[in-house]
Ligand binder design. Structure first.
Ligand code: FAD
Ligand code: NA7
Length: 541
Protein backbone atom coordinates (compact mmCIF):
# COMPACT_ATOMS: atom_id res chain seq x y z
CA UNK A 1 0.00 0.00 0.00
CA UNK A 2 1.32 3.49 -0.85
CA UNK A 3 2.09 5.73 2.11
CA UNK A 4 -0.21 8.67 2.80
CA UNK A 5 1.40 11.90 1.63
CA UNK A 6 1.04 14.99 3.80
CA UNK A 7 1.82 18.38 2.27
CA UNK A 8 3.27 20.86 4.75
CA UNK A 9 4.95 24.22 5.00
CA UNK A 10 7.51 22.86 7.42
CA UNK A 11 8.48 19.51 8.87
CA UNK A 12 10.44 19.46 12.11
CA UNK A 13 12.29 16.24 12.88
CA UNK A 14 13.01 15.65 16.56
CA UNK A 15 10.94 16.60 19.60
CA UNK A 16 13.60 17.54 22.14
CA UNK A 17 14.41 21.03 23.42
CA UNK A 18 15.12 22.12 19.84
CA UNK A 19 12.22 20.57 17.93
CA UNK A 20 9.60 21.58 20.50
CA UNK A 21 10.55 25.27 20.42
CA UNK A 22 10.87 25.19 16.62
CA UNK A 23 7.37 23.80 16.27
CA UNK A 24 6.04 26.49 18.60
CA UNK A 25 7.72 29.25 16.57
CA UNK A 26 6.52 27.96 13.22
CA UNK A 27 2.97 27.00 14.17
CA UNK A 28 2.00 29.40 16.91
CA UNK A 29 3.96 32.49 15.91
CA UNK A 30 4.21 32.22 12.14
CA UNK A 31 0.95 30.35 11.59
CA UNK A 32 2.58 27.83 9.28
CA UNK A 33 1.30 24.36 8.65
CA UNK A 34 4.08 22.63 10.57
CA UNK A 35 4.34 19.19 12.11
CA UNK A 36 7.05 17.48 14.15
CA UNK A 37 7.96 13.82 14.07
CA UNK A 38 10.15 11.81 16.44
CA UNK A 39 11.10 8.18 16.40
CA UNK A 40 10.78 8.13 20.20
CA UNK A 41 7.65 7.03 22.03
CA UNK A 42 7.42 10.38 23.83
CA UNK A 43 8.63 13.95 23.56
CA UNK A 44 11.72 15.23 25.39
CA UNK A 45 14.61 13.97 23.23
CA UNK A 46 17.66 13.39 25.47
CA UNK A 47 15.44 13.39 28.55
CA UNK A 48 13.09 10.79 27.09
CA UNK A 49 15.91 8.39 26.19
CA UNK A 50 18.33 8.79 29.11
CA UNK A 51 16.29 7.41 31.99
CA UNK A 52 19.22 5.73 33.72
CA UNK A 53 19.53 6.12 37.50
CA UNK A 54 21.43 9.28 38.40
CA UNK A 55 20.74 11.17 35.14
CA UNK A 56 21.18 14.83 36.02
CA UNK A 57 21.96 18.02 34.12
CA UNK A 58 25.41 19.46 34.61
CA UNK A 59 24.23 22.91 33.60
CA UNK A 60 22.62 24.72 36.52
CA UNK A 61 18.85 24.45 36.54
CA UNK A 62 18.24 28.20 36.28
CA UNK A 63 19.84 28.21 32.82
CA UNK A 64 18.94 24.69 31.71
CA UNK A 65 15.52 25.75 30.45
CA UNK A 66 13.87 28.02 27.92
CA UNK A 67 13.91 31.78 28.38
CA UNK A 68 11.57 32.79 25.57
CA UNK A 69 8.52 33.12 27.82
CA UNK A 70 8.93 34.76 31.20
CA UNK A 71 5.70 33.24 32.51
CA UNK A 72 6.89 29.76 31.64
CA UNK A 73 10.14 30.53 33.44
CA UNK A 74 8.34 31.82 36.51
CA UNK A 75 6.11 28.74 36.58
CA UNK A 76 9.01 26.26 36.40
CA UNK A 77 9.13 24.67 39.85
CA UNK A 78 12.75 23.42 39.98
CA UNK A 79 14.27 23.81 43.42
CA UNK A 80 17.72 22.25 43.10
CA UNK A 81 20.97 23.56 41.67
CA UNK A 82 21.09 20.83 39.02
CA UNK A 83 18.01 19.15 37.68
CA UNK A 84 17.15 15.46 37.47
CA UNK A 85 16.03 13.70 34.31
CA UNK A 86 12.40 13.04 35.44
CA UNK A 87 11.93 16.74 36.19
CA UNK A 88 13.30 17.85 32.82
CA UNK A 89 11.11 15.34 31.03
CA UNK A 90 8.06 16.56 32.96
CA UNK A 91 8.98 20.16 32.13
CA UNK A 92 9.29 19.47 28.39
CA UNK A 93 5.97 17.61 28.40
CA UNK A 94 4.47 20.60 30.18
CA UNK A 95 5.86 22.94 27.50
CA UNK A 96 4.30 20.81 24.76
CA UNK A 97 0.90 21.00 26.46
CA UNK A 98 1.18 24.66 27.41
CA UNK A 99 1.65 25.68 23.76
CA UNK A 100 -0.84 23.08 22.46
CA UNK A 101 1.72 21.26 20.37
CA UNK A 102 0.96 17.64 21.24
CA UNK A 103 -1.56 17.08 18.44
CA UNK A 104 1.05 18.21 15.95
CA UNK A 105 3.79 15.82 17.03
CA UNK A 106 3.80 12.40 15.46
CA UNK A 107 5.69 10.00 17.74
CA UNK A 108 7.20 6.61 16.90
CA UNK A 109 7.83 8.01 13.44
CA UNK A 110 11.40 7.95 12.23
CA UNK A 111 12.69 9.90 9.25
CA UNK A 112 14.23 7.28 6.98
CA UNK A 113 15.12 9.49 4.04
CA UNK A 114 14.78 13.07 2.89
CA UNK A 115 15.14 14.15 -0.72
CA UNK A 116 15.07 17.64 -2.17
CA UNK A 117 13.12 18.14 -5.38
CA UNK A 118 14.93 21.10 -6.92
CA UNK A 119 12.34 22.01 -9.51
CA UNK A 120 9.41 21.93 -7.08
CA UNK A 121 11.46 23.34 -4.20
CA UNK A 122 10.08 20.69 -1.87
CA UNK A 123 11.52 18.12 0.51
CA UNK A 124 10.10 14.60 0.42
CA UNK A 125 10.58 12.88 3.77
CA UNK A 126 9.88 9.18 4.02
CA UNK A 127 9.28 7.63 7.41
CA UNK A 128 9.25 4.18 8.93
CA UNK A 129 5.48 4.54 9.25
CA UNK A 130 2.82 4.63 6.60
CA UNK A 131 3.28 8.34 6.02
CA UNK A 132 5.42 10.50 3.76
CA UNK A 133 5.73 14.27 4.08
CA UNK A 134 6.26 16.81 1.32
CA UNK A 135 7.40 20.01 2.86
CA UNK A 136 8.85 23.29 1.75
CA UNK A 137 11.10 23.59 4.79
CA UNK A 138 12.85 20.83 6.66
CA UNK A 139 14.17 21.59 10.13
CA UNK A 140 16.21 18.89 11.79
CA UNK A 141 16.67 18.75 15.56
CA UNK A 142 18.12 15.26 15.58
CA UNK A 143 20.22 15.81 18.69
CA UNK A 144 23.97 16.03 19.08
CA UNK A 145 24.21 13.42 21.82
CA UNK A 146 21.54 11.09 20.57
CA UNK A 147 22.91 8.40 18.23
CA UNK A 148 24.18 5.79 20.70
CA UNK A 149 27.63 4.22 20.45
CA UNK A 150 27.42 0.54 21.34
CA UNK A 151 30.84 -1.13 21.30
CA UNK A 152 31.18 -4.55 19.72
CA UNK A 153 32.86 -7.14 21.94
CA UNK A 154 33.12 -10.74 20.78
CA UNK A 155 30.26 -12.85 22.13
CA UNK A 156 28.06 -9.90 23.11
CA UNK A 157 24.99 -11.59 21.63
CA UNK A 158 25.46 -14.60 23.93
CA UNK A 159 25.03 -12.56 27.13
CA UNK A 160 22.02 -13.93 29.03
CA UNK A 161 21.49 -10.95 31.34
CA UNK A 162 20.20 -7.50 30.37
CA UNK A 163 22.42 -5.56 27.98
CA UNK A 164 21.55 -1.86 27.96
CA UNK A 165 22.89 1.44 26.71
CA UNK A 166 22.30 4.38 29.04
CA UNK A 167 20.98 6.41 26.08
CA UNK A 168 18.15 3.89 25.51
CA UNK A 169 17.43 2.93 29.10
CA UNK A 170 14.41 0.63 29.53
CA UNK A 171 11.99 2.17 32.01
CA UNK A 172 11.22 -1.15 33.69
CA UNK A 173 14.83 -2.13 34.40
CA UNK A 174 15.44 -2.40 38.14
CA UNK A 175 19.05 -3.00 39.12
CA UNK A 176 18.40 -3.34 42.85
CA UNK A 177 20.44 -6.19 44.34
CA UNK A 178 21.86 -7.21 40.94
CA UNK A 179 25.44 -7.77 39.83
CA UNK A 180 26.08 -5.02 37.33
CA UNK A 181 28.95 -4.12 35.04
CA UNK A 182 29.38 -0.60 33.68
CA UNK A 183 31.56 -0.02 30.63
CA UNK A 184 32.50 3.64 30.40
CA UNK A 185 33.14 6.37 32.94
CA UNK A 186 32.45 9.61 31.12
CA UNK A 187 29.76 11.97 32.32
CA UNK A 188 27.11 9.26 32.05
CA UNK A 189 29.16 6.38 33.47
CA UNK A 190 30.18 8.60 36.37
CA UNK A 191 26.51 9.34 37.15
CA UNK A 192 25.19 5.81 36.75
CA UNK A 193 28.04 4.27 38.80
CA UNK A 194 27.54 6.73 41.66
CA UNK A 195 23.75 6.37 41.70
CA UNK A 196 23.55 2.58 41.45
CA UNK A 197 26.43 1.46 43.70
CA UNK A 198 24.42 1.89 46.92
CA UNK A 199 21.52 -0.24 45.67
CA UNK A 200 23.13 -3.02 43.60
CA UNK A 201 24.58 -6.30 44.84
CA UNK A 202 27.93 -5.70 43.17
CA UNK A 203 29.18 -3.15 40.67
CA UNK A 204 32.18 -3.59 38.41
CA UNK A 205 33.39 -0.51 36.56
CA UNK A 206 35.25 -1.32 33.34
CA UNK A 207 37.31 1.81 32.86
CA UNK A 208 39.42 2.60 29.81
CA UNK A 209 40.59 6.13 30.60
CA UNK A 210 40.58 7.70 34.05
CA UNK A 211 38.71 11.02 34.21
CA UNK A 212 38.98 14.26 36.11
CA UNK A 213 35.79 14.98 38.06
CA UNK A 214 34.90 17.52 40.72
CA UNK A 215 31.89 17.53 43.08
CA UNK A 216 28.63 18.75 41.55
CA UNK A 217 27.59 20.29 44.84
CA UNK A 218 23.98 19.65 43.99
CA UNK A 219 21.68 20.96 46.70
CA UNK A 220 18.27 22.41 47.35
CA UNK A 221 18.29 26.14 46.61
CA UNK A 222 17.18 28.37 49.46
CA UNK A 223 13.85 30.22 49.15
CA UNK A 224 15.81 33.46 48.66
CA UNK A 225 17.91 31.92 45.87
CA UNK A 226 14.79 30.62 44.14
CA UNK A 227 13.14 34.02 44.37
CA UNK A 228 16.28 35.80 43.13
CA UNK A 229 16.39 33.54 40.07
CA UNK A 230 12.87 34.62 39.13
CA UNK A 231 13.41 38.29 40.04
CA UNK A 232 16.65 38.54 38.08
CA UNK A 233 15.25 37.02 34.92
CA UNK A 234 16.30 39.80 32.54
CA UNK A 235 19.74 40.38 34.02
CA UNK A 236 20.55 36.67 34.22
CA UNK A 237 19.58 35.92 30.64
CA UNK A 238 21.32 39.01 29.40
CA UNK A 239 24.47 37.75 31.09
CA UNK A 240 23.97 34.27 29.59
CA UNK A 241 23.53 35.55 26.04
CA UNK A 242 26.54 37.81 26.37
CA UNK A 243 28.86 35.16 27.73
CA UNK A 244 30.93 32.44 26.10
CA UNK A 245 29.60 29.27 27.67
CA UNK A 246 26.08 30.46 28.55
CA UNK A 247 26.40 28.63 31.86
CA UNK A 248 25.07 31.44 34.03
CA UNK A 249 28.38 32.52 35.57
CA UNK A 250 31.00 35.07 34.63
CA UNK A 251 33.94 33.26 33.03
CA UNK A 252 37.27 34.12 34.60
CA UNK A 253 39.90 36.03 32.67
CA UNK A 254 42.45 35.61 35.45
CA UNK A 255 45.72 34.07 34.26
CA UNK A 256 46.92 31.44 36.67
CA UNK A 257 50.52 32.57 36.46
CA UNK A 258 49.60 35.94 37.96
CA UNK A 259 48.61 34.55 41.36
CA UNK A 260 50.68 32.95 44.13
CA UNK A 261 50.62 29.18 44.74
CA UNK A 262 48.61 29.72 47.92
CA UNK A 263 46.06 31.90 46.14
CA UNK A 264 45.72 29.37 43.32
CA UNK A 265 45.03 26.57 45.78
CA UNK A 266 42.53 28.75 47.65
CA UNK A 267 40.65 29.46 44.42
CA UNK A 268 40.59 25.78 43.51
CA UNK A 269 39.50 24.74 46.99
CA UNK A 270 36.66 27.25 46.90
CA UNK A 271 35.53 25.99 43.48
CA UNK A 272 35.79 22.37 44.64
CA UNK A 273 33.56 23.19 47.60
CA UNK A 274 31.10 25.21 45.52
CA UNK A 275 30.85 22.43 42.92
CA UNK A 276 30.25 22.19 39.17
CA UNK A 277 32.59 20.97 36.42
CA UNK A 278 32.28 24.02 34.19
CA UNK A 279 32.74 26.35 37.19
CA UNK A 280 35.92 24.52 38.16
CA UNK A 281 37.37 24.75 34.66
CA UNK A 282 36.17 28.19 33.57
CA UNK A 283 35.17 30.28 36.61
CA UNK A 284 38.45 29.84 38.45
CA UNK A 285 41.02 30.88 35.83
CA UNK A 286 40.85 31.99 32.23
CA UNK A 287 43.61 29.77 30.88
CA UNK A 288 42.99 26.20 32.07
CA UNK A 289 41.69 25.27 28.61
CA UNK A 290 44.47 27.07 26.75
CA UNK A 291 47.72 26.86 28.74
CA UNK A 292 49.37 23.50 29.42
CA UNK A 293 50.97 24.85 32.62
CA UNK A 294 47.66 26.13 34.00
CA UNK A 295 45.95 22.94 32.91
CA UNK A 296 48.52 20.83 34.75
CA UNK A 297 47.96 22.78 37.98
CA UNK A 298 44.21 22.14 37.79
CA UNK A 299 44.84 18.48 36.97
CA UNK A 300 47.29 18.18 39.88
CA UNK A 301 44.73 19.63 42.28
CA UNK A 302 42.15 17.00 41.27
CA UNK A 303 44.73 14.19 41.37
CA UNK A 304 45.59 15.16 44.96
CA UNK A 305 41.89 15.07 45.87
CA UNK A 306 41.60 11.54 44.42
CA UNK A 307 44.57 10.46 46.55
CA UNK A 308 42.88 11.89 49.63
CA UNK A 309 39.45 10.38 48.90
CA UNK A 310 40.23 6.87 47.68
CA UNK A 311 41.50 4.63 50.47
CA UNK A 312 42.99 1.72 48.49
CA UNK A 313 46.20 2.97 46.81
CA UNK A 314 45.91 0.60 43.84
CA UNK A 315 42.32 1.71 43.17
CA UNK A 316 43.39 5.33 43.55
CA UNK A 317 46.20 4.76 41.03
CA UNK A 318 43.75 3.35 38.48
CA UNK A 319 41.30 6.22 39.03
CA UNK A 320 43.96 8.90 38.64
CA UNK A 321 44.17 10.50 35.19
CA UNK A 322 47.58 11.44 33.88
CA UNK A 323 46.66 13.16 30.62
CA UNK A 324 45.43 16.71 30.00
CA UNK A 325 42.30 18.00 31.69
CA UNK A 326 40.70 18.85 28.35
CA UNK A 327 37.43 17.07 27.84
CA UNK A 328 33.95 18.30 28.64
CA UNK A 329 34.51 18.84 32.39
CA UNK A 330 32.79 16.33 34.65
CA UNK A 331 31.16 16.74 38.02
CA UNK A 332 29.75 14.11 40.32
CA UNK A 333 27.78 13.24 43.43
CA UNK A 334 30.49 11.18 45.13
CA UNK A 335 32.12 9.31 42.24
CA UNK A 336 35.59 8.71 43.69
CA UNK A 337 34.09 7.92 47.14
CA UNK A 338 32.03 5.16 45.49
CA UNK A 339 35.20 3.13 44.96
CA UNK A 340 35.69 2.86 48.74
CA UNK A 341 32.53 0.74 48.91
CA UNK A 342 33.06 -3.00 49.49
CA UNK A 343 30.59 -3.90 46.70
CA UNK A 344 32.40 -1.91 43.99
CA UNK A 345 35.41 -3.03 41.97
CA UNK A 346 37.36 -1.39 39.20
CA UNK A 347 38.93 -2.99 36.14
CA UNK A 348 41.34 -0.92 34.09
CA UNK A 349 40.64 -2.29 30.62
CA UNK A 350 43.79 -0.75 29.17
CA UNK A 351 45.85 -2.92 31.52
CA UNK A 352 43.43 -5.85 31.54
CA UNK A 353 41.29 -5.71 28.38
CA UNK A 354 37.86 -7.21 27.90
CA UNK A 355 38.50 -10.28 25.74
CA UNK A 356 34.92 -11.46 25.30
CA UNK A 357 31.40 -11.42 26.59
CA UNK A 358 29.93 -14.80 27.52
CA UNK A 359 26.49 -15.93 28.68
CA UNK A 360 27.32 -15.21 32.35
CA UNK A 361 29.29 -11.96 32.01
CA UNK A 362 32.57 -10.43 30.88
CA UNK A 363 35.91 -12.23 30.57
CA UNK A 364 39.06 -10.11 30.90
CA UNK A 365 42.57 -10.86 29.62
CA UNK A 366 43.70 -12.15 33.03
CA UNK A 367 41.15 -14.98 32.60
CA UNK A 368 38.66 -13.65 35.20
CA UNK A 369 34.96 -14.13 34.50
CA UNK A 370 33.10 -11.12 35.95
CA UNK A 371 29.63 -12.57 36.48
CA UNK A 372 26.88 -10.07 35.68
CA UNK A 373 23.10 -9.83 35.66
CA UNK A 374 23.12 -6.46 33.89
CA UNK A 375 25.74 -5.06 31.51
CA UNK A 376 25.43 -1.29 31.15
CA UNK A 377 27.17 0.41 28.24
CA UNK A 378 27.76 4.01 29.26
CA UNK A 379 29.80 4.28 26.11
CA UNK A 380 28.55 7.58 24.77
CA UNK A 381 27.35 8.75 21.42
CA UNK A 382 28.24 9.12 17.78
CA UNK A 383 28.02 12.81 18.51
CA UNK A 384 26.81 15.72 16.40
CA UNK A 385 26.52 14.19 12.91
CA UNK A 386 25.68 10.61 14.02
CA UNK A 387 21.93 10.82 13.40
CA UNK A 388 22.49 12.74 10.16
CA UNK A 389 24.76 10.27 8.43
CA UNK A 390 22.58 7.37 9.59
CA UNK A 391 19.73 8.85 7.49
CA UNK A 392 19.62 9.03 3.70
CA UNK A 393 19.44 12.82 3.19
CA UNK A 394 19.82 14.00 -0.42
CA UNK A 395 20.07 17.60 -1.52
CA UNK A 396 20.61 19.27 -4.86
CA UNK A 397 21.78 17.03 -7.71
CA UNK A 398 21.03 13.97 -5.60
CA UNK A 399 24.13 14.49 -3.45
CA UNK A 400 23.87 12.77 -0.08
CA UNK A 401 24.78 14.52 3.14
CA UNK A 402 27.17 11.67 3.87
CA UNK A 403 29.02 12.44 0.62
CA UNK A 404 29.00 16.15 1.34
CA UNK A 405 30.49 15.44 4.77
CA UNK A 406 32.97 12.78 3.66
CA UNK A 407 35.87 14.88 5.02
CA UNK A 408 33.99 15.60 8.26
CA UNK A 409 30.72 17.37 9.02
CA UNK A 410 30.56 21.06 8.12
CA UNK A 411 28.03 23.86 8.13
CA UNK A 412 27.54 27.58 8.33
CA UNK A 413 26.68 28.63 11.91
CA UNK A 414 25.70 25.04 12.71
CA UNK A 415 22.36 25.62 10.96
CA UNK A 416 22.82 25.25 7.20
CA UNK A 417 24.96 23.19 4.87
CA UNK A 418 25.55 23.89 1.22
CA UNK A 419 23.56 21.91 -1.34
CA UNK A 420 20.66 21.28 1.03
CA UNK A 421 18.32 24.25 0.40
CA UNK A 422 15.65 25.16 2.92
CA UNK A 423 17.04 22.55 5.30
CA UNK A 424 17.98 24.03 8.65
CA UNK A 425 19.69 22.16 11.46
CA UNK A 426 19.33 22.81 15.18
CA UNK A 427 22.69 22.01 16.82
CA UNK A 428 24.21 20.90 13.54
CA UNK A 429 28.01 20.58 13.24
CA UNK A 430 30.08 23.60 14.20
CA UNK A 431 27.40 25.23 16.28
CA UNK A 432 28.30 26.81 19.63
CA UNK A 433 29.78 24.73 22.45
CA UNK A 434 27.78 25.98 25.42
CA UNK A 435 25.10 25.18 27.90
CA UNK A 436 22.69 24.21 25.16
CA UNK A 437 19.21 25.67 25.72
CA UNK A 438 20.40 29.27 25.08
CA UNK A 439 22.15 28.16 21.88
CA UNK A 440 19.11 26.17 20.84
CA UNK A 441 16.92 29.23 21.38
CA UNK A 442 19.35 31.38 19.41
CA UNK A 443 19.35 28.95 16.50
CA UNK A 444 15.61 28.29 16.51
CA UNK A 445 14.91 32.02 16.46
CA UNK A 446 17.47 32.51 13.69
CA UNK A 447 15.95 29.69 11.62
CA UNK A 448 12.46 31.01 12.20
CA UNK A 449 13.51 34.45 10.96
CA UNK A 450 15.25 32.92 7.94
CA UNK A 451 12.11 31.01 7.01
CA UNK A 452 10.00 34.14 7.40
CA UNK A 453 12.47 35.96 5.16
CA UNK A 454 12.25 33.31 2.43
CA UNK A 455 8.45 33.42 2.55
CA UNK A 456 8.22 37.21 2.64
CA UNK A 457 10.63 37.68 -0.25
CA UNK A 458 8.83 35.17 -2.43
CA UNK A 459 12.04 33.20 -2.78
CA UNK A 460 11.55 29.50 -3.30
CA UNK A 461 14.59 28.49 -1.36
CA UNK A 462 17.91 29.60 0.03
CA UNK A 463 21.10 27.59 0.12
CA UNK A 464 24.27 28.62 1.92
CA UNK A 465 27.16 29.38 -0.42
CA UNK A 466 29.98 26.78 -0.37
CA UNK A 467 32.74 29.34 0.22
CA UNK A 468 30.86 30.71 3.25
CA UNK A 469 30.57 27.21 4.70
CA UNK A 470 34.26 26.63 4.05
CA UNK A 471 35.20 29.86 5.78
CA UNK A 472 33.07 29.03 8.83
CA UNK A 473 34.72 25.61 9.02
CA UNK A 474 38.16 27.21 8.94
CA UNK A 475 37.11 29.65 11.66
CA UNK A 476 35.98 26.76 13.87
CA UNK A 477 39.25 24.89 13.28
CA UNK A 478 41.34 27.98 14.04
CA UNK A 479 39.54 28.66 17.30
CA UNK A 480 39.64 25.02 18.42
CA UNK A 481 43.38 24.92 17.75
CA UNK A 482 43.89 27.79 20.18
CA UNK A 483 42.64 25.49 22.96
CA UNK A 484 43.90 22.25 24.49
CA UNK A 485 40.69 20.37 23.69
CA UNK A 486 41.89 18.87 20.36
CA UNK A 487 44.81 17.28 22.24
CA UNK A 488 42.47 15.04 24.20
CA UNK A 489 42.77 11.60 22.60
CA UNK A 490 39.22 10.21 22.48
CA UNK A 491 36.82 13.06 23.04
CA UNK A 492 33.38 13.07 21.40
CA UNK A 493 33.80 16.82 20.89
CA UNK A 494 36.03 15.95 17.91
CA UNK A 495 34.36 12.70 16.89
CA UNK A 496 37.42 10.87 18.23
CA UNK A 497 35.43 8.43 20.38
CA UNK A 498 34.01 6.35 17.52
CA UNK A 499 36.23 3.69 15.94
CA UNK A 500 36.81 4.53 12.28
CA UNK A 501 35.22 7.99 12.47
CA UNK A 502 37.25 10.78 10.95
CA UNK A 503 38.45 13.21 13.59
CA UNK A 504 37.06 16.69 12.93
CA UNK A 505 36.33 19.94 14.66
CA UNK A 506 32.60 19.78 15.40
CA UNK A 507 31.99 22.92 17.45
CA UNK A 508 32.38 26.66 17.29
CA UNK A 509 34.38 27.40 20.44
CA UNK A 510 34.14 31.18 20.02
CA UNK A 511 31.31 31.53 22.54
CA UNK A 512 27.62 32.38 22.40
CA UNK A 513 28.01 36.14 22.47
CA UNK A 514 30.19 36.22 19.38
CA UNK A 515 28.02 33.58 17.70
CA UNK A 516 24.90 35.68 18.24
CA UNK A 517 26.66 38.74 16.84
CA UNK A 518 27.67 36.90 13.66
CA UNK A 519 24.24 35.31 13.19
CA UNK A 520 22.48 38.60 13.86
CA UNK A 521 24.64 40.41 11.31
CA UNK A 522 23.88 37.76 8.71
CA UNK A 523 20.15 38.23 9.17
CA UNK A 524 20.37 42.02 9.28
CA UNK A 525 22.27 42.01 5.98
CA UNK A 526 19.53 40.01 4.29
CA UNK A 527 21.14 36.54 4.31
CA UNK A 528 23.81 37.43 1.79
CA UNK A 529 25.72 34.25 2.53
CA UNK A 530 22.89 32.33 0.92
CA UNK A 531 22.15 31.75 -2.74
CA UNK A 532 18.56 31.60 -3.93
CA UNK A 533 16.88 29.50 -6.57
CA UNK A 534 17.08 32.48 -8.92
CA UNK A 535 20.89 32.63 -8.41
CA UNK A 536 21.15 28.94 -9.13
CA UNK A 537 19.31 29.39 -12.42
CA UNK A 538 21.42 32.38 -13.50
CA UNK A 539 24.32 31.17 -15.67
CA UNK A 540 27.73 32.25 -14.43
CA UNK A 541 29.15 34.67 -17.02
P1 FAD B 1 17.65 15.79 21.55
O1 FAD B 1 17.10 16.10 22.87
O2 FAD B 1 18.76 14.80 21.48
O3 FAD B 1 16.44 15.31 20.64
C1 FAD B 1 16.63 14.78 19.37
C2 FAD B 1 15.44 13.93 19.01
O4 FAD B 1 15.52 13.60 17.61
C3 FAD B 1 15.37 12.61 19.75
O5 FAD B 1 14.18 12.50 20.47
C4 FAD B 1 15.45 11.55 18.66
O6 FAD B 1 14.62 10.44 18.92
C5 FAD B 1 14.99 12.32 17.44
N1 FAD B 1 15.50 11.78 16.19
C6 FAD B 1 16.80 11.60 15.83
N2 FAD B 1 16.88 11.10 14.59
C7 FAD B 1 15.61 10.96 14.16
C8 FAD B 1 15.04 10.49 12.95
N3 FAD B 1 15.79 10.05 11.93
N4 FAD B 1 13.69 10.46 12.85
C9 FAD B 1 12.90 10.90 13.85
N5 FAD B 1 13.40 11.36 15.01
C10 FAD B 1 14.73 11.40 15.17
N6 FAD B 1 23.31 19.76 27.60
C11 FAD B 1 23.50 20.84 28.39
O7 FAD B 1 23.58 21.94 27.89
N7 FAD B 1 23.57 20.70 29.74
C12 FAD B 1 23.46 19.50 30.36
O8 FAD B 1 23.53 19.44 31.57
C13 FAD B 1 23.31 18.34 29.54
N8 FAD B 1 23.23 17.11 30.09
C14 FAD B 1 23.10 16.04 29.27
C15 FAD B 1 23.04 14.77 29.85
C16 FAD B 1 22.91 13.64 29.04
C17 FAD B 1 22.82 12.29 29.66
C18 FAD B 1 22.90 13.79 27.63
C19 FAD B 1 22.81 12.58 26.73
C20 FAD B 1 22.95 15.04 27.06
C21 FAD B 1 23.04 16.17 27.87
N9 FAD B 1 23.08 17.44 27.33
C22 FAD B 1 23.23 18.53 28.14
C23 FAD B 1 22.92 17.65 25.89
C24 FAD B 1 21.42 17.60 25.48
O9 FAD B 1 21.35 16.68 24.43
C25 FAD B 1 20.92 19.00 25.06
O10 FAD B 1 21.00 19.85 26.17
C26 FAD B 1 19.48 19.04 24.56
O11 FAD B 1 18.64 18.23 25.29
C27 FAD B 1 19.42 18.72 23.08
O12 FAD B 1 18.13 18.93 22.58
P2 FAD B 1 17.80 18.63 21.05
O13 FAD B 1 16.36 18.86 20.86
O14 FAD B 1 18.73 19.37 20.18
O15 FAD B 1 18.18 17.09 20.82
P1 NA7 C 1 31.55 9.85 26.72
O1 NA7 C 1 31.97 11.06 27.43
O2 NA7 C 1 31.90 9.70 25.29
O3 NA7 C 1 32.13 8.61 27.55
C1 NA7 C 1 32.07 7.30 27.05
C2 NA7 C 1 32.81 6.37 27.97
O4 NA7 C 1 32.77 5.04 27.41
C3 NA7 C 1 34.28 6.72 28.12
O5 NA7 C 1 34.68 6.39 29.42
C4 NA7 C 1 34.94 5.79 27.10
O6 NA7 C 1 36.30 5.51 27.37
C5 NA7 C 1 34.10 4.56 27.27
N1 NA7 C 1 34.14 3.65 26.12
C6 NA7 C 1 33.65 3.88 24.88
N2 NA7 C 1 33.87 2.80 24.10
C7 NA7 C 1 34.52 1.90 24.87
C8 NA7 C 1 35.03 0.60 24.63
N3 NA7 C 1 34.92 0.04 23.42
N4 NA7 C 1 35.65 -0.04 25.64
C9 NA7 C 1 35.76 0.53 26.86
N5 NA7 C 1 35.29 1.77 27.14
C10 NA7 C 1 34.68 2.43 26.16
O7 NA7 C 1 29.97 9.63 26.81
P2 NA7 C 1 28.96 10.02 27.98
O8 NA7 C 1 27.64 9.43 27.65
O9 NA7 C 1 29.54 9.69 29.29
O10 NA7 C 1 28.89 11.57 27.90
C11 NA7 C 1 28.60 12.24 26.68
C12 NA7 C 1 27.99 13.54 26.94
O11 NA7 C 1 26.60 13.32 27.23
C13 NA7 C 1 28.49 14.28 28.15
O12 NA7 C 1 29.55 15.11 27.87
C14 NA7 C 1 27.29 15.05 28.61
O13 NA7 C 1 27.17 16.19 27.85
C15 NA7 C 1 26.18 14.15 28.28
P3 NA7 C 1 37.46 6.50 26.79
O14 NA7 C 1 37.42 7.71 27.67
O15 NA7 C 1 37.10 6.80 25.36
O16 NA7 C 1 38.71 5.72 26.90
Amino acid sequence: MDAQVHELDALVVGAGFGGIYMLHKLRNEQGLDAVAIDKAGGVGGTWYWNKYPGALSDSESFVYQYSFDRDLYTDTPWKTKFVRQPEILEYLNGVVDRYELRDHIQLETGMVSAEFDESAGMWTVRTDRDVTYRSRFLVTGLGLLSATNLPKFPGMESFEGSLVHTGAWPEDLDVTGKRIGVIGNGSTGNQVITATAPIVGHLTSFQRTAQYSVPAGNRVLTEQEQQAIKDNFEANWDQVRNSGLAMGFVESTLEMGTVSDAERERIFEEAWNEGGGFCFMFKTFGDIATSEEANEEAAKFIRNKIAQIVTDPETARKLTPTDLYARRPLCDSGYYETFNRPNVSLVNVKENPITKVVDKGIVTADGTLHELDVLICATGFDAVDGNYVRTDIRGRNGQTLKEHWSDGPTSYLGVATSGFPNMFMILGPNGPFTNLPPSIETQVEWISDAIAHVLADGKEWIDVKPDVEHEWTETCIDIANQTLFPKSPSSWIFGANIPGKKRAVMFYLGGLKEYRTIGGAEAAAGYQSFATKADALTPVS
